[in-house]
Structures are given as C-alpha cells and as structure tokens.
Design a protein around this ligand. Structure first.
Ligand code: 4AD
Ligand code: MG
Length: 432
C-alpha cells in the first residue's frame, strides 16, 4: 500500500509514489495541464495533473475543484526549484471528499476586518499558517529552555480575587455571591510556586480590560511568568537574556520556511540569538529621549513612541532598569541605594516593538510589603495568603512576565499583535 505522508515530509520521498490528504487553495489550468495549489497544515505545495497521464475521470475531477475542496491524492514527488517549498507532486489519482463552491476568502486582497470576521477560515491561509507554526515552535522552545534550566511548570488560577497589576484594567465577574476577576497575571501564585518548588514558570491566558486600541494590546493574551526563589534581579536579567536568545535561535533554526512565507529578514533576528543585551537605567533612557528633543519628564511612563525610539537605538533587546516606584506595581522591591525606584526592568524588543517583558525582584520583607499594599490602596484581607509567604521562610526572589504575542509580534514583524493569536480578543472584537 502506498504510504500516506504529509507535505512537510515530501523532500524525503523524491521520485517515490505517495498518498496525501490535502485541501485546495488555488488552481490554474492551461488546457492539458492543471496546477493545483495544495495545503495540509504542514506546508503548501503544488500538485500537477497532466491530462495525458490520468484517466478522464481524474482530470475532470481536478477541473471541478473549488477552493478548499478536500481530497486524497496519489502521485510522485519531484523537486521544483521555482517554488518556495522546493518540491511538487505529479498526481496520478485523486479522490474528492468535499467540494463546495463559494469559499469567501479569495486570493485577492481583503480588508483586515473582513479577514478577522472570517478568522475561523482565514487561519488556513499562508500567512496565519506561518505565524501559528512559529508560535508553536516558540512555545516548545520556551518549555525546553525552562526544563534545561531546572524550572517546573506551575499553573496559576484564572479566576481571582486579587489584582496584581493594579485595579483599573480588571475584568469583573459575578462569582456566585462574590466579586471575582479574570487573571491579569499569574505572578502572585507563581511566587507561591517558587517558595514551594524553587524555580517555576506559569504559562496561561491573562486578561486586561484595557481601553487602549493600539497595535500591541489584546484584552486576552498569553503570558509566561517565571519566578525564582533565592534569586536577585541581576540573575533574573541573565535568565531573561538566555531565554530570548534560546527561543530566537530555535526559531531561526527551525522556521526558515515560515519566516520565508512572512518575508521576515532573518538577519534582523540574529543579534538577539547572540545574547549580550544592553542594560540601561530608566534615568539613562530619560536622558536619551530628552537629548533627542522629545518631550519627556523624569517620572513619566514611556509611551509606545518613546519605547520605539529607545529600542531603535539597538540591534537586539534592551533592558531598561529601575523605574520610579510611582509607575510600577506594589509588589516590587525598592532599590536599597535609591528608595525612589524599584529593582525592576522591562525588556524592549528591537525594531521599535517596545515592551515584551516586565519583571522585578519582589519585596520579601513582611512589614515593607504590607505597607506597600496599603499605599496601593489594596484590600489587605485579599493578600493575607500572599503576605504569609513573607512570614514563613521568606527569601529574596525575582521573576518576570513575557507577553507571548508581543514577542511573536516582533519575531514575525507583525503590524498588529492581533495576528499573533488564533482568536484575537480586542476592545471591539469577541468573534469568532
Ligand atoms: O508588564 P506586565 O503588566 O507585568 C506583569 O504582569 C507582571 N506580573 C509580570 C511578572 O513580573 N511576572 O505584563 C507583562 C508582559 C508585558 O511586558 C507585555 O509583554 C505583556 O505582558 N502584555 C500584553 N500583551 C498583550 N496585550 C496586552 N494588553 C498586554 N499587557 C501586557
Ligand atoms: Mg509592563
């Protein structure tokens, strides 16, 4: 029986007869020859049906195909230097499974709202295919990295009573007769994990009711939040640097085909894979903006254009360290040398992409943390369990959160973060 293979594996079967299950993305004919553009979820390539080589039935079946028809095909693999994939199949037999007219997404240009309305179908197209494959590789690389570094995966809840990142961006829900919120961050639970297991990372969906309608905000996004007991901020920065270098290298090594589909310049990714990220202070970043004639005062938070300006000065990610306490959340540890600032850092991605990671050393002293909870106007009762971590066996600890879609946005050089997630949730979009 002829072997059933995926398109991705075609290079291993040159000059051999194989079977495949595929969908049609496009077709072209010149009388005696049909060119079928095919996909199977692993890659895209071309099938050729020559009238003289197949039965009339098979040729007519090929001629009748509509976009997104599904079928089994049998044929022989050949090299095809003209195509991006490099191989094609000469079809000898074809069995249609479904063949309906009217697929709404054609090969002409569609507006973005139309495509987002049809996201359930659009995901089959080449560009989303490439982005989702890269997303999958990045996910696997992250898991491999943390395993190699001795971390365990630890799951934080999604339904929460607390507000780790401030109370303005919470999605409120009725939880029986209580108030509850969708998780903004798994961090506080990650800190529990660090004290129980040493080094952990969470990875799950997080939610922000952000009114911002920008190219880098989703209301639902995936965040990975490592948390390390017995670790100070400088060692956490080393981990962040190793992580970003490792994942970027893996994508360069494994995703050449997908990056090619996106037209991504791989040379722009290489410096990140080398590590050695510059580390500048908030104060230095402020000076950099002011020297460039930008209107920015010490104590302000960076807006997207400010971050873009700073990140464009470097060919790889840059750490901005030690922000003023007034613009960061309550759980961070103050810099002992300057209590106006926290021991924290954001990572800005290159090419103007801005913040992809936020992290800090955590306040580990009970009384100091309690005071910071009060200062932030939070309800101490909701944080009793969190304060317990400082009562019993408290140790210096640090952690960070990487916005998965923000990272992918940069790797894939997307104009908007909505393309980095299968089903984007935006201020004006919950469907499909
Ligand atoms: O800087 P943030 O708010 O930090 C935290 O949530 C910390 N608890 C992380 C930690 O230390 N464990 O968010 C972390 C990252 C940002 O750097 C950004 O990459 C991403 O999450 N992010 C968003 N991504 C997409 N859409 C949004 N609305 C995002 N808000 C934050
Ligand atoms: Mg942040």
């Amino acid at each position: 029986m002829t072997e059933l293979i995926s398109i991705k594996d075609a290079p291993k079967y040159v000059d051999q007869e194989v079977r495949m299950h595929v969908w049609l993305t496009d077709k072209r004919s010149s009388g005696k020859i049909m060119f079928l553009q095919l996909r199977d979820g692993t890659a895209f390539f071309q099938g050729i049906v020559l009238k003289k080589n197949v039965s009339e039935e098979v040729f007519n079946a090929a001629k009748s195909l509509h976009q997104e028809a599904s079928m089994y095909i049998t044929g022989t693999i050949h090299e095809d230097e003209r195509s991006h994939f490099g191989y094609e199949i000469q079809i000898s037999d074809l069995e249609i499974v479904t063949n309906n007219e009217g697929y709404p997404i054609g090969n002409k240009e569609h507006g973005i709202e139309f495509l987002l309305d049809h996201r359930h179908l659009w995901l089959r197209s080449k560009r989303p295919f490439a982005i989702m494959q890269i997303r999958n590789q990045a996910f696997k690389a992250i898991v491999d990295f943390f395993e190699q570094e001795g971390f365990i995966k630890f799951d934080a809840p999604i339904l929460m009573q607390s507000a780790p990142e401030g109370t303005t961006e919470l999605f409120h829900i009725d939880y029986f007769d209580h108030d509850a919120y969708l998780s903004q961050s798994g961090q506080l639970y990650g800190e529990v994990g660090a004290e129980a297991f040493g080094k952990i990372f969470t990875f799950g969906p997080t939610f922000r009711a952000e009114e911002s309608k920008t190219r880098r905000h989703l209301t639902e996004f995936w965040m990975m939040e490592p948390e390390m007991a017995w670790m100070h901020q400088d060692e956490s920065l080393d981990i962040q640097e190793r992580l970003l270098a490792f994942v970027t290298k893996r994508i360069i090594d494994n995703c050449e085909y997908e990056l090619g589909i996106l037209g991504r310049d791989i040379d722009k990714l290489r410096p990140t894979a080398e590590g050695n990220f510059p580390r500048i202070s908030y104060d230095e970043a402020v000076k950099m903006l002011q020297d460039a004639g930008r209107d920015f005062k010490w104590g302000d938070d960076f807006g997207a254009p400010d971050e873009a300006y700073i990140s464009e000065q470097y060919d790889r990610p840059v750490f901005i360290m030690n922000y003023p306490t007034s613009i960061k959340p309550f759980y961070m540890k103050k810099n002992p040398d300057n209590p106006k600032e926290y021991l924290c850092a954001d990572v800005l991605a290159p090419e103007g992409y801005g913040e992809i990671i936020g992290g800090s050393e955590r306040e580990s002293d009970y009384d100091t943390l309690k005071a910071q909870i009060d200062e932030a106007g939070l309800n101490e009762k909701d944080y009793e369990w969190y304060l317990d971590l400082r009562k019993y066996g408290s140790v210096p600890h640090s952690g960070f959160g990487i916005g998965f879609e923000r990272f992918l946005g940069w790797v894939c050089k997307l104009d908007h973060i909505r393309e980095a997630i299968p089903f984007p949730r935006l201020i004006n979009r919950l469907e499909p």
